[in-house]
Design a protein. Structure first.
Length: 149
């Protein structure tokens, strides 16, 4: 399971011209689910994300997590995060989970974040979405449950 995590001032998702989710300050997450992901991957990534210290303290050091600052989380499923572009110029999506499994683990990830006390908004799984973010910093972090990077 992989995630692209962005610290944002705001973020929103539109589907068919209608806003379906939006947050103020917090984290915007593009989540990619791999074929081999399990509940352990969900637990690892949810724990890592919920405690990720990417918000500044009084001295400007990145010492606070999203809960510390009262922020929200917007999670958008994006199978393209599982792409492998190491060979050639066309990304391979062979590592991405099939839709049914990806939806199950995406929902489990969002539920795990909510269970950790975070306010979570979701994109629409499988939809063609227009995602808007107002990056803060910018701060962008890559997470991988297999610790590949």
């Amino acid at each position: 399971m992989r995630a692209v995590v962005q610290r944002v001032r705001s973020a929103s998702v539109e589907v068919g011209g209608k806003t379906v989710a939006s947050i103020g300050p917090g984290l915007h997450v593009y989540l990619g689910v791999d074929r081999t992901d399990t509940a352990d991957d969900v637990a690892f990534l949810a724990d890592k994300l919920s405690g990720l210290r990417v918000f500044p303290d009084e001295e400007g050091r990145l010492n606070r997590d999203v809960r510390d600052v009262g922020g929200n989380v917007l999670v958008v499923s994006a199978f393209t995060v599982s792409a492998d572009a190491r060979k050639g110029r066309r990304p391979s999506f062979d590592l991405a989970a099939p839709a049914e499994a990806a939806r199950r683990w995406y929902d489990a990830f969002c539920d795990a974040l909510a269970g950790a006390g975070l306010s979570v908004q979701r994109g629409v799984f499988g939809a063609d979405m227009c995602v808007r973010t107002d990056n803060d910093g910018p701060v962008c972090i890559l997470l991988d449950s297999r610790k590949a990077f």
